[in-house]
Design a protein around this ligand. Structure first.
Ligand SMILES: *[C@@H]1O[C@H](CO)[C@@H](O)[C@H](O)[C@H]1NC(C)=O
Ligand SMILES: *[C@@H]1O[C@H](CO)[C@@H](O)[C@H](O)[C@H]1NC(C)=O
Ligand SMILES: *[C@@H]1O[C@H](CO)[C@@H](O)[C@H](O)[C@H]1NC(C)=O
Ligand SMILES: *[C@@H]1O[C@H](CO)[C@@H](O)[C@H](O)[C@H]1NC(C)=O
Ligand SMILES: [Cu+2]
Length: 663
């Protein structure tokens, strides 16, 4: 769900001293505020006309080629730092590359394809204010007996529904009533749709249909009266180290960066293998939320277009919330700031955009009790301690808590939890008995005059796994029932494993749960001492969900990758965003499913795994006035990567280290 409030909580920073960019930066570090300022200076000093006609929609690191990043070591300067910029001026979209190190323009080209870049926060704020001075809207509010001062409007991307190609960026606005409650999202001014031309920043279309009453404010607020309990973590102090954007903890090392579109990016995750003399072994080159698609299921005028792409249209990182110690993360967590470029190109700080902390879950990592040996009782266990990296994106009404949890077992657990406020429709119904069969079957009646509309959340992760090297193969280990045919024993059946290595992209598309299978990424060039392929496997921690929309429906064309939970593509630096680079008003001609149709070879080469965590959301009364957390996710788990349980091994090794001075 992704209606976007006009309330901005980020703080604009003006950097008066643009000192030189650090050459010691990690090549994957996000752009620093100084680097963002440099980007702005270069854009303003080239042939581009100056503001206000210029608007910056995205600025991020144009990361060096993978081989350069892998070859980099701290002692040498980074490859030239470059920024990738998407800007609009004169009604055109420009893709600009800037060399940040020497402040020069590398390239500038106009994009003529379909779709538009991320919406800026500033233009959304400006658009959301338009109705308040628009006479027909003022009239609509008056007719509903709503005070204009209580009205809050939010921005809703218009999508694409077969309209001919147009150079105009259009945005829809829907309005709500705050005032008596902070929870305005549950008090829609149903029936009103405002269409804005974003480049001209004016209302171009207005509709007001006969409307049901605005739902009551009573019982909708969620503020106050809450005690913040102390969140306990790392009682023995921080067991991890943060050096710039690099983190090391237990056997793990990885790099974190913030991006306005992706939010949290985890890179270069590698694990130390004590069995291999403490060598670092690569696991994940890069992982992040590539897209978040949220389609609603009510085909009426005010609702049909609500098919949000929260990453590509709004920016998952742009809407990240500053994390509050003891509320969002333990107080003694480590916090990291993020910076993005505002519409004018100035750096804007998001304080505490990530937190990092050790989690003592109260669980055991492994245990065993042995009664079987006469006269002995053996009890062995180790506590589960993991390292969590968290970012929260609050996209208007909905909050997404995204966690990357690293475990000493070698697993990476990725979690996404949904909370916040449902998107509801004003209705005349005050009791379910009034709903005739076949009538308005688009949601759940939660309180009087309030229907929460059915919808989905599809969170698509980009996972460039590099298991012990770049060249990997995707393997499906299918479980198949077999019969005992020779009658030698009374058993009649069993299951066995049929291993299928994916040759081309067609073999890499998987509808999870359709057949019992384990999905692995292996390095076919490396084997364990036992001769097994070294690998990691993908384990879903929730029921798989795929899109139920018809293939010829417009939002489905744009998110056609949503029919499968797993895709595998060969690594290509420009294929980063599952729904394409330009998602606002996109037509589905540049998305993961389209790339996959090329059916490229994915065997024993550098591959990327794309995994969608989906939720079909039928709202229930407990989701009102604000829904409790609903979680899902997946685990990347070593599978013949180590010679044995690395947890146990490191313990044994500790014991050996302790014993050796005595022997
Ligand atoms: C900036 O550096 C790049 C190489 O990193 C070089 O090709 C380019 O000519 C330089 N530009 C200026 C203006 O110095
Ligand atoms: C809802 O009630 C209003 C009057 O309160 C009426 O004008 C409107 O037609 C009703 N809508 C429906 C769908 O019954
Ligand atoms: C890389 O991806 C882009 C965008 O999909 C495509 O145009 C290009 O042909 C791809 N390159 C290769 C080598 O597949
Ligand atoms: C990886 O595979 C590619 C072909 O897909 C090949 O060109 C390259 O040499 C391989 N690299 C290694 C390290 O095996
Ligand atoms: Cu939901």
């Amino acid at each position: 769900m992704a209606s976007k409030s006009s309330i901005l909580f980020h703080f604009s920073f003006l950097f008066l001293l643009p000192w030189l960019s650090q050459s010691s930066a990690h090549p994957l570090d996000p752009l620093s505020p100084d680097e963002i300022s440099t980007v702005r200076r270069v854009i303003l000093s080239t042939h581009l006309p100056s503001p206000p006609s210029l608007s910056i929609h995205y600025v991020g690191v144009d990361e060096p080629a993978k081989h350069e990043v892998l070859a980099w070591d701290q002692k040498r300067p980074s490859p030239p730092r470059q920024a990738f910029v998407i800007a609009r001026f004169g009604g055109e979209t420009h893709e600009i590359i800037i060399n940040v190190a020497n402040a020069s323009l590398v390239s500038d080209r106009v994009y003529y394809g379909s779709g538009f870049p991320l919406l800026t926060l500033e233009e959304q704020t400006a658009a959301a204010a338009l109705p308040l001075s628009y006479p027909p809207f003022i009239d609509s509010a008056r007719r509903r007996g709503v005070a204009l001062a209580d009205v809050v409007c939010s921005t809703f991307t218009a999508g694409w529904f077969g309209e001919p190609e147009s150079a105009r960026r259009r945005l829809k606005l829907l309005c709500f009533v705050a005032g008596e409650t902070a929870n305005f999202y549950v008090r829609p001014l149903e029936g009103i749709v405002v269409v804005v031309d974003l480049d001209d920043m004016r209302i171009v279309e207005y509709r007001d249909r006969v409307a049901p009453p605005v739902p009551k404010a009573a019982g909708t607020d969620y503020r106050g009266g809450r005690q913040h309990r102390v969140m306990v973590a790392q009682p023995a102090g921080k067991g991890f180290k943060v050096d710039g954007h690099s983190v090391s903890w237990s056997n793990w090392q990885f790099h974190l960066s913030y991006d306005a579109r992706a939010g949290l990016i985890v890179s270069l995750a590698s694990v130390c293998d004590t069995d291999k003399g403490g060598t670092r072994r690569r696991v994940l080159y890069r992982g992040y939320v590539s897209e978040l698609f949220v389609p609603y299921m009510d085909p009426v005028e005010e609702w049909y277009f609500r098919t949000f792409f929260d990453s590509g249209e709004y920016g998952f990182g742009l809407w990240a919330s500053p994390l509050v110690p003891n509320v969002d993360c333990p107080a003694n967590a480590e916090f990291m700031d993020g910076y993005y470029a505002g519409q004018d190109g100035q750096p804007v700080k998001v304080p505490n955009v990530f937190c990092i902390f050790e989690r003592y879950s109260g669980d055991v990592a492994w245990r065993h009790t042995e009664f079987g040996i006469p006269g002995q009782l053996i009890r062995e266990a180790d506590p589960e301690v993991s390292l969590v990296v968290r970012m929260v994106a609050a996209l208007g009404n909905y909050d997404y808590v995204t966690d990357w949890e690293f475990k000493s077992s070698g697993s990476i657990k990725v979690g996404v939890s949904l909370t916040g406020i449902l998107e509801v429709k004003g209705t005349n119904y005050t009791h379910t008995s009034q709903i005739a069969a076949g009538d308005d079957q688009h949601g759940s009646l939660l309180v009087q005059n309030t229907m929460a509309i059915y919808h989905d959340h599809f969170v698509t992760y980009y996972l460039d796994l590099d298991i012990d090297g770049c060249n990997n193969t995707f393997v499906k280990s299918k479980l198949k029932t077999a019969r005992v045919t020779d009658g030698s024993v009374p058993r009649r059946s069993y299951w066995t494993v049929v291993r299928e290595a994916a040759r081309t992209e067609a073999d890499g598309r998987v509808e999870m749960g359709a057949v019992p299978a384990e999905l692995l990424v292996v390095n076919p060039n490396k084997k364990t001492k036992m001769g097994n392929d070294i690998g990691y496997r993908l384990i879903s921690n929730g029921a798989p969900a795929a899109s139920l929309l018809a293939d010829d429906d417009y939002p489905e064309m744009r998110a056609s990758y949503g029919k499968k939970q797993v895709w595998v593509t060969p690594y290509n630096k420009s294929e980063k965003w599952a729904a394409g680079l330009y998602v606002d008003n996109s037509r589905g001609d540049d998305n993961l499913a389209v790339w996959s149709q090329r059916n490229r070879v994915i065997e024993n080469t550098d591959i990327v795994l794309w995994h969608t965590v989906g939720f079909h959301h039928i709202p229930y009364q407990e989701d009102f006035p604000l829904m409790p957390m609903l979680s899902s996710g997946f685990e990347l788990r070593p599978s013949n990567f180590f010679e044995r349980n690395p947890f146990f091994k490191s313990k044994q090794q500790r014991q050996e280290e302790h014993r050796s001075p005595l022997s």
